[in-house]
Design a protein around this ligand. Structure first.
Ligand SMILES: *Cc1c(COP(=O)(O)O)cnc(C)c1O
Length: 401
């Protein structure tokens, strides 16, 4: 089997050893680093030494190992790891934009991202245009001479729309606009940088780490951008300081090596549920079935062996119908009524009331986000048929079928 781009094998082939030959790299549990001669310290501050570390807000060896693995995942020259997904997103946008600049973004994004774009950037006089990212003509029409960023998610939260990354990349190609893609929902499944994105951001809190034991993020980009954000004089990462703790970097790195297996299982289980839901009188969204409006696009973008992902949404139309259903599913062991995703247990929540509650209700309506939309992150269930049966009984007992 040989392929153009194979992130799973590339990560497997990384040879990152500990200082005593450990098969895992050593954890560098130090904030600062000592220098034997003054000259080297001065040169390191100027960024002129290779392989020297000066202070862990700038770089730490443990963070460098994880960043290297994340760069490998996307096929970018470089990467930087952050204390949260929001830190990856905000650092990237604040680095790319100055006061007076303009951003175009998909209106359906993670709620925190929406709030940052809609509310917080006003502080900096950065204007934002919200578009339907699947309507390429309206995206094109939103460009201005001062547009610095086109922002989207590969698979959008919570509508599970698919972004046409190659077409979006054509729009940003020649005019100095950067295409920034949040790939949190589809690591390995979609490789945005390979498809033309300039910068790929992640919440590693979700599938990448997969253990729900910490919050973390990553920025994958070319060396020039990573050098710029970590520059001691003007780098957003260096100066705002959203650095990841090296102990966490080390634990996330050990989870990254099983990501390909987990993604396959999440996808397999979600596909099973989708196929069963399809036989019921039930509204749901899953990009892996042909009735999804971007099914063909998804097929053309994806690295097929990892499936269509673990995210699926059921639309019960009202929040009043969604609430008892979620409570019953929790009680009967379908999974946990909780935000977040990428865990071994199935997690579910009403998007409009939780992870998209930052989006005003009239805009939720405008973008077609139903008040009864329940987003599921399907878990690694060994017996997914049993999970389906439990969901079915919850729906039936509430007389929703
Ligand atoms: C969770 C999430 C974020 C934010 O990440 P944190 O690690 O919680 O800061 C950003 N984008 C998407 C798509 C997410 O699901």
């Amino acid at each position: 089997m040989s392929k153009k781009f194979d992130p799973a094998t590339a990560i497997q082939d990384l040879k990152q050893f500990g200082e005593f030959g450990g098969v895992n790299p050593s954890i560098t549990d130090s904030a600062t680093f000592t220098f034997l001669d003054e000259e080297t310290m001065i040169e390191t501050f100027k960024g002129e030494t290779e392989g020297c570390f000066l202070y862990s807000r700038h770089w730490n060896p443990s963070n460098k190992y994880l960043a290297g693995a994340m760069a490998t995942l996307e096929g970018t020259e470089s990467a930087w790891v952050t204390a949260s997904g929001m830190a990856a997103i905000t650092t990237t946008l604040l680095q790319l934009c100055n006061s007076g600049d303009h951003i175009i973004t998909s209106v359906t994004t993670y709620g925190g991202t929406y709030a940052f774009l809609a509310n917080y950037l006003k502080k900096f006089n950065i204007e934002v245009t919200f578009v339907n990212i699947t309507d390429l003509e309206s995206v094109k029409a939103a460009f201005r001479p001062n547009t610095k960023v086109l922002y989207t998610e590969s698979m959008t939260n919570p509508m599970l729309q698919i972004s046409n990354i190659p077409e979006l990349a054509k729009m940003t190609g020649n005019n100095g606009t950067k295409l920034v893609v949040d790939n949190t929902f589809t690591p390995m499944i979609i490789s945005p940088f390979q498809l033309g994105a300039d910068i790929v951001v992640y919440s590693m809190t979700k599938f990448i780490n997969g253990k729900n034991d910490c919050v973390a993020g990553a920025i994958c980009a070319d060396e020039e951008f990573i050098d710029a954000i970590s520059n001691v004089n003007a780098g957003t990462a260096m100066l705002l300081g959203p650095v990841l703790d090296p102990l966490r970097s080390s634990s996330i790195l050990k989870n990254l090596v099983t990501l390909h297996i987990r993604m396959q299982k999440h996808s397999e289980n979600a596909m099973y549920l989708a196929k069963r839901f399809d036989k019921l009188d039930l509204k749901f969204i899953y990009p892996g079935l042909p009735q999804h409006p971007q099914y063909d696009l998804m097929k053309s973008l994806m690295n097929e062996e990892f499936g269509f992902g673990g995210m699926i949404a059921i639309d019960l139309e009202t929040a009043e119908r969604a609430a008892p259903f979620m409570e019953l599913m929790q009680e009967r062991g379908v999974g946990y009524h909780a935000v977040s995703l990428g865990y071994f247990k199935t997690l579910f929540s009403n998007s409009g009331k939780s992870t998209s509650s930052e989006v005003p209700e009239e805009i939720q309506k405008e973008m077609g986000l139903s008040p009864g939309l329940i987003r599921f992150s399907v878990g690694l269930d060994h017996d997914i048929e049993r999970t389906y049966d439990l969901i079915y009984l919850c729906l039936a007992d509430l007389k929703y079928l």
